[in-house]
Ligand binder design. Structure first.
Ligand SMILES: Nc1ncnc2c1ncn2[C@@H]1O[C@H](COP(=O)(O)OP(=O)(O)OP(=O)(O)O)[C@@H](O)[C@H]1O
Ligand SMILES: [Mg+2]
Length: 327
């Protein structure tokens, strides 16, 4: 099986999305309607070895973006390059070796764990598919790495707790030694203490295996503890990218409003709580100008006329706002 080699060589950027758009076909009462654009103008670079969080309210397009990154969806415009390969232009014999490098775990591990298979079959099938050995010794090493005991090889998923199932889903994703792991709300179905264990495990695995991790979450506390950088999404667009350690200094009014979920004593943040009232607008009828303007406490006339462009500052942070807050 051919190995995937990054043709660009330097290996510092693992994935690069340029002008990515994702539109889904829709049907109304009267039949087919124009496709609805869910993602628009997505420009994003994912650095090799980093952990990047995708955050934002429900329905903002985080999972859609995650699925594009592992090739489960094909962008309707723009390009998704991973390890130097454009996912929409892969040669037939490049697909399997490249997809091996891109693994995903989901909120509900049942989606990736066939209930009829024991742990051994679930892990060995993944390895065999990619031409790797599936000796018990190897599988037990994998289980140990995710904090599961060797007897998990004999168990069916329904014989495991929610946390153990998520660990097994992680072991299955790691079984093929991927470079990029995308975890889509991996802990939101678990109780609080299990959440903390799984997040710590993810962080450890990322460091030990030199993995690039993309963590989808709407919990900013999780993200601040687990990730290097954060990309904030709103209505299918990236509106701000900044280091996780600087989250409290976010400049986009939407990012700041999201910080409400963190306990805060800062009066400026408390004031912004009023700015995020109301439902997110519909993708079908997005508001004119900035998508956040109808809910923004600091919007001006220009915000209703022009969509702000996602621009980079000298530190490599990115922001799409006409009137950013001071940091
Ligand atoms: N296959 C599809 N066909 C049509 N619309 C879709 C499809 N997949 C997603 N959508 C729509 O795209 C929008 C964004 O969905 P997505 O699942 O990416 O959001 P999300 O940010 O992951 O939300 P959540 O936090 O609730 O998981 C939603 O309005 C959803 O209905
Ligand atoms: Mg989602």
């Amino acid at each position: 099986m051919p190995e995937v080699v990054d043709p660009r060589g330097d290996g510092t950027i693992l994935a690069r999305l340029r002008g990515v758009e994702m539109a889904f076909p829709t049907r109304g009462w009267l039949g087919a309607e124009p496709p609805v654009k869910i993602l628009q103008n997505i420009d994003l670079e994912i650095r090799a070895g980093e952990s990047l969080a995708l955050v934002g309210e429900s329905g903002g397009g985080k999972s859609t973006l995650a699925r594009l990154l592992v090739g489960l969806l094909k962008a309707t415009a723009g390009s998704v390059e991973v390890m130097g390969y454009d996912l929409s232009r892969l040669h037939r014999n490049q697909r399997l070796p490249l997809y091996r490098q891109l693994q995903m775990v989901f909120q509900d591990p049942s989606g990736s764990l066939d209930e009829r298979w024991r742990g051994r079959a679930l892990l060995s099938e993944m390895r065999r598919l990619h031409g790797l050995d599936a000796e018990d010794e190897t599988l037990i090493r994998l289980l140990t790495e995710v904090g599961l005991s060797a007897d998990t090889l004999e168990r069916f998923p329904h014989q495991l707790s929610g946390g153990q199932r998520q660990r097994l889903a992680l072991a299955r994703a790691l079984a093929v030694e991927p470079r990029l792991l995308i975890a889509d709300e991996p802990v939101s179905a678990l109780d609080l203490s299990t959440q903390a264990h799984i997040l710590r495990l993810l962080r450890q695995l990322q460091a030990h295996r030199n993995l690039t991790l993309v963590l989808v979450s709407h919990d900013l506390e999780t993200v601040a503890a687990c990730c290097d950088r954060v990309a904030v999404m709103y209505l299918g667009r990236i509106v701000e990218v900044l280091p996780a350690g600087h989250l409290r200094r976010a400049r986009h009014p939407y990012s700041r409003a999201l910080l409400d979920s963190l306990p805060s004593s800062r009066p400026s943040e408390r004031r912004l709580r009023q700015a995020i009232v109301g439902e997110a607008p519909s993708f079908r009828q997005p508001p004119p100008g900035c998508p956040f303007q109808p809910r923004c406490g600091v919007a001006e006339a220009r915000c209703r006329q022009q969509v702000p462009v996602l621009e980079a500052d000298a530190d490599g942070n990115r922001l799409a706002c006409h009137y950013p807050l001071s940091s």
